[in-house]
Design a protein around this ligand. Structure first.
Ligand code: FPP
Length: 246
């Protein structure tokens, strides 16, 4: 639902987080609550991706990372997995032009291997189409796991050591950050999880080290602009210390 009231007056527009990451949880419970099959919950969730992406862009958020499908989500029934991927290709096909027109750059974070060819192809096309856009990065974490990302980074670094290109004592935090899936897309300022679960679920383990975490009881399909604005107000009330003193 679009909110025409404008931004929450408590929000400080000079302190909008640069990078927001969202664990979009609760589609299934939303469907159950409204007496519909789980697939309807995911459809409502996909519509909300568009709403919240637009709201973040309008606020001046520079990067938005969305957890759409984890390496663990393959454990769901084949029927649910198929319907999720189906929905993703449909959404990307439908919104590619709009993503491009609004100057948003789409990024994919995760393993392309294992994704259905059509999904991987559609994402790649949209990534290519939008590669020079500058308003905001929208990063879809698809077939993504934080531990796997760190393991892959360790492997790439180990290969360089093995080939004599790097000495172990020269490996720094920057080296590791430079070998993540999207090296330029590192630090998360605000991590939001919808539907009330207090868990990280293997999402962006490196990048959230100093993120402020806000867990909201709202189910993802109901997480509208007003709820987003409330979350930003909560973020702005926090005292970010990065391990130092205030
Ligand atoms: C969690 O709800 C949500 C997911 C596993 C998938 C997220 C996918 C979407 C929002 C739709 C498509 C995305 C894009 C990028 C177009 P759940 O099923 O775990 O809910 P539950 O915990 O209530 O069962």
């Amino acid at each position: 639902m679009t909110n025409n009231k404008g931004p929450d007056p408590r929000m400080d527009m000079a302190r909008i987080p640069r990078h927001v990451a969202i664990i979009m949880d609760g589609n299934g419970r939303w469907a159950k609550r409204t007496g519909q099959p789980r697939s309807k919950g995911h459809e409502a969730g996909a519509r909300n991706v568009r709403e919240i992406t637009e709201a973040c862009r309008e606020l001046g958020v520079k990067a938005l990372s969305l957890f759409a499908f984890s390496t663990e989500n393959w454990r769901r029934s084949k029927r649910e997995v198929d319907s999720l991927f189906n929905l993703m290709t449909k959404s990307i096909k439908r919104y590619s032009d709009q993503i491009h027109k609004t100057n948003v750059r789409l990024l994919h974070m995760g393993l392309s291997d294992g994704l259905p060819a059509e999904v991987a192809g559609d994402i790649q096309k949209c990534v290519e189409l939008t590669r020079n856009n500058t308003a905001m990065d929208v990063c879809i974490a698809l077939n993504y796991g934080g531990r796997r990302e760190l393991t892959d980074a360790a492997r790439k670094i180990a290969r360089q050591v093995q080939q004599g290109e790097l000495r172990p004592e020269d490996i720094t935090e920057e080296t590791l950050a430079a070998h993540l899936y999207l090296p330029g897309h590192s630090e998360v300022d605000l991590l939001i999880r919808t539907s009330g679960e207090n868990r990280i679920s293997n999402f962006m383990l490196w990048q959230i080290s100093y993120a402020e975490i806000v867990v909201t009881p709202t189910l993802w399909p109901d997480f509208n602009r007003d709820r987003l604005h409330e979350t930003l107000v909560e973020y702005q009330s926090r005292n970010r210390r990065f391990g130092g003193r205030p």
